[in-house]
Ligand binder design. Structure first.
Ligand SMILES: Cc1cc2nc3c(=O)[nH]c(=O)nc-3n(C[C@H](O)[C@H](O)[C@H](O)COP(=O)(O)OP(=O)(O)OC[C@H]3O[C@@H](n4cnc5c(N)ncnc54)[C@H](O)[C@@H]3O)c2cc1C
Length: 463
């Protein structure tokens, strides 16, 4: 079979672009196939525009706080259409940069929908590409089938293109995308109801963080319609009506479906060439991202491992280094820092308290306080920090925080957790004062000891 390239990458998002560039840097002749816009979910309709919307929302509280710090005549009105135009320009700029980066790397950019013809061939609108290796990085998309009627609601794709703040908004879902948009749109002036089935949002996160976030969202004026299963969504002249299992109905002018995402596997020709899916409908891969077909790899959200941009990038680079630089690498999915960009923010890395409790003895350290800036303006929001420490060897296995700048703070502490720092390393670190993060260095005695003695917990988070 005549090969046109050394590597064909399907999907020009976070994983695909990173993998193409790294493989090209190792000397491979690479083609990247993108059906929509270069940059993928993160740049075009995910992390980046969401964070730009979060920044816009943040001014609402800063303006309110400014009065407490002595500023007067603080009056401002948010014009979402101006934000939307500026956001569109910024996304265009970033997309151009992605295009140029691929060009500079010598990667051939092929526009169109890719479909596997065999373990070595891809069809793009009638053009046949062939290579000894294929990398699938097609990402995911919002799922619309959790309850009947969801298809009528906006998804995260459309909410990021709003040109007006909805007068009232029903956010359906309890995951990080749901709470982020609930928090952002409420700060921008929408009357937000957040509807989800559990008692608290963010299933899988530390229980204290979940409880404190629910409280904080309530204090920010968001109505939590929780603890009841959702039955169906209906659209009528007045807007949307969410019917719940207990017979209650929650109404709003607009609705956002944030019930989850599904891997983009349809139309790729996977079954025809023998690429197997797992029980969640994602492409099944081994620790080296290899699929059931020896010449095909898959990375990022389409594999539904840890669905975050830096993880997709790390998986793609590990693939490229392993296959094109004879430098075998694997991604460790156990210690991945992540953030929830609500107000207040959440930052987390490593084990939470509930995970630790299942594994072995642990010491829990915590700090719960009203930060100086908040106290000064008479605010009520508290900041909460937690360290999960191995009860046997004192390694810090988890850092959990809800409060201002939690994402930035936990990102830096993730280095310490990755390096295997012990509680004594935190204790001997001289703090920067006055900061919020210094509280992580000043936790003296555990607030709780989880007594189940089995083995050092470190085995759960590192090799
Ligand atoms: C609203 C939202 C907010 C998010 N916020 C964050 C955050 O704050 N931090 C974070 O780390 N992650 C965040 N994420 C998740 C992050 O965006 C994804 O984990 C990341 O984009 C996954 O990268 P990927 O390469 O797997 O897929 P994607 O970035 O989705 O890229 C896949 C690409 O493949 C293309 N494609 C699909 N099928 C084909 C085909 N057959 N042929 C050609 N091209 C195809 C698509 O058009 C797309 O461009 C967010 C996601 C959303 C939806």
């Amino acid at each position: 079979m005549e090969m046109t390239h050394d590597l064909i990458v399907i999907g020009g998002g976070s994983g695909g672009v990173a993998g193409s560039r790294r493989a090209a840097a190792h000397g491979a002749k690479v083609a990247i196939v993108e059906a929509d816009r270069l940059g993928g979910t993160c740049v075009i309709r995910g992390c980046v525009p969401k964070k730009l919307m979060m920044y816009a929302a943040g001014f609402a509280h800063q303006l309110a706080d400014a009065r407490g710090f002595g500023w007067s005549d603080v009056q401002a009105r948010f014009e979402m259409s101006r934000w939307a135009d500026a956001k569109a320009r910024e996304i265009d700029r970033l997309e151009t940069i992605y295009d140029e980066m691929l060009l500079d790397a010598g990667v051939e950019s092929v526009r169109g929908r890719g479909r596997l013809l065999s373990g070595n061939e891809v069809d793009v609108a009638g053009r046949r590409l062939a290579a000894p290796r294929i990398l699938i990085a097609t990402g995911g998309a919002p799922s619309v089938d959790a309850i009947p009627g969801l298809a009528a609601a906006m998804t995260s794709n459309e909410v990021l293109d709003l040109r007006e703040v909805p007068e009232s908004l029903l956010v359906i879902g309890g995951g990080y995308i749901a709470v982020e948009f609930a928090s952002i749109l409420a700060a921008l002036g929408s009357r937000v109801t957040l509807a989800y089935r559990d008692s608290f949002p963010l299933r899988g996160f530390d229980a204290e963080l979940r409880g404190r976030l629910a409280l904080a969202l309530g204090e920010r004026g968001i109505t939590l319609a929780c603890g009841v299963a959702l039955a169906k969504l209906e659209r009528d002249a007045a807007g949307f009506a969410l019917h719940r299992a207990d017979g209650s109905v929650v109404r709003a002018a607009m609705a956002l479906n944030a019930t989850g995402r599904k891997p983009n596997t349809a139309g790729l020709g996977l079954a025809e060439v023998g690429v197997q899916l797992n029980t969640r409908g994602a492409i099944a891969v081994d620790t080296e991202s290899r699929t059931s077909v020896a010449t095909i790899w898959a990375v990022g959200d389409v594999t539904d491992r840890v669905n975050l941009t830096p993880v997709a990038i790390a998986e793609a680079r590990a693939f490229a280094d392993t296959e094109f630089d004879q430098d075998p690498k694997r991604v460790d999915h156990r210690v991945v820092a992540s953030a929830v960009f609500t107000d207040p923010q959440i930052g987390t890395v490593g084990l939470n308290e509930q995970q630790a409790a299942l594994l072995g003895p642990a010491d829990i350290y915590a700090a719960d306080f009203r930060p100086m800036k908040e106290a000064f303006v008479g605010g009520t929001q508290r900041t909460f920090m937690k360290l999960v420490v191995d009860g046997l060897d004192q390694r810090v296995l988890g850092v959990q925080m809800i409060g201002p700048d939690a994402a930035e703070i936990v990102q830096c502490l993730a280095v310490a957790v990755t390096c295997g720092a012990r509680k004594s390393d935190f204790d001997r670190t001289i703090a920067v004062h006055p900061t919020l993060s210094e509280e992580f260095m000043l936790m003296r005695a555990p607030v709780r000891r989880l007594a189940k003695a089995v083995q050092p917990l470190a085995a759960a988070v590192s090799g």
